[in-house]
Design a protein around this ligand. Sequence first.
Ligand SMILES: [Cu+2]
Length: 163
Amino acid sequence: MFTFTINEMEKVMYIIRNIFILLFFCSSLYAHDYENDSVFIDHPWMKIFENRGAGYFSLKNKSNQDIKIIAAKSNSIKSIEIHNIILENDVMKMRAVKDGITIPSGNTLEFKPKSYHLMFFGIEGMYHKDDMIDVQLIFENNMVIDVKFKVDDIKSSKHDHNH
Ligand SMILES: [Cu+2]
């Protein structure tokens, strides 16, 4: 018959506990999110092409009113625009969104490839995969949320940017 002594049980518990702590820290490296009373922002990440980049995240409106994202800023990036991609005569084109995007109460807006994204122009400094870049997301009614975009992909090839 297979039995544990008290001492062996303690060792097993100790190992299990450490595995859980390790899993917790590993998963927190991959997922990062930001939250206040009105919004939940999940996993901001970006691609860099030379000194330009595109940023993605999901933005949930938790409040009971519409919210509107109007701009983004960063000390490490010269200018940031909100872009959408539209299909024009079967050609996908990027367009700057000038007046911001309204997210109705309870809705989630996904900034994702081939859809809404933040376009970063003039990224200063060298970045590597998994670096974090500070960005402020700016909403109507003076709401500003500090987030970090995780650098996921770096390409040195020229980025085709057709406006
Ligand atoms: Cu763009």
